[in-house]
Ligand binder design. Sequence first.
Ligand SMILES: [Zn+2]
Length: 309
Amino acid sequence: MTVQEQSMRANFRRPFLNWKTLAAFLLGFALYPALMLFPYPFFRHEAHAKNIAVYSDQSISPELFPLLAHVEQRLQRSPLDDPRLQHRVFICNSTWLFAFFANTDSHAGGVNKAWLNQYIFLRRAEIQRNRLIGPSGTEVPGERTLVYFISHEIVHTLEENLLGRNGYLRLPAWKREGYADYVARDRAFVFGEQLPAYRRNAYEMNPKRSGLYLRYQLYVTYLLDQEHLTPQQMLTGRIAEPASDTNGVMGIYNREDLFSTQSSASFSILAAAIVSSRVFSSLLPTRRVMARTHTWPRQIASRPEFLRA
Ligand SMILES: [Zn+2]
């Protein structure tokens, strides 16, 4: 082959979008939704317990079964639980597998494709230890066990089952995640104990920063346990989230740091007054509160323990 022939051949190969790449591209587009609907080829191992099926890309320890019994116990706390519903949980021990299925939610510990087919995808799990391996590559500590993650994601299915696809998609995050944690967390959450952290706008009370849903769980716990709404009323009712001004409160704290120690005493009194008024105002309704039967201010204002600052 002469040099000239080689260069001609190279030219011939140059077109980027030949029919093969185009076909592969289109196949990819068709394949992705197909795998979303039928992910089983990636998950060779499976275990079934009552209405929960667990699939995994690695062998499943029999120690999963007592965990699933705990999941069922937690779900039974919810009147939305329906044993006729079939739940499918896919444990992705490979990072790429979770990223592939979780897609835009790949930073999460687990996702529920509630709007599609209610399939649940979880990150790598240490079943014997009842733990999920978080995005950082280490075990998610504390109360957020594997049982918690499975239960939390299944509650999203219960919500979707109640509200339908559109209703579920329109559900505000504080209701969706707050109720999922209300059911899925163990009973360590005590409303009164969480209030101080809420009032001082603690780090863990900011879902966007901490990744935790404690603030949302607090709202939901308030409505269900203190106001005695049913989960159906809470989820379907038009209840506005109490307005909060996170930046405002944090801004005050930051400004306080700039002051010298002499002035900080008087300033901190001022700051405390502003902070408490901020917290107070955060409990007041936004102007567009739409609730027909239920508004936060009336409910909250009637309970002095909630406002005690
Ligand atoms: Zn969730």
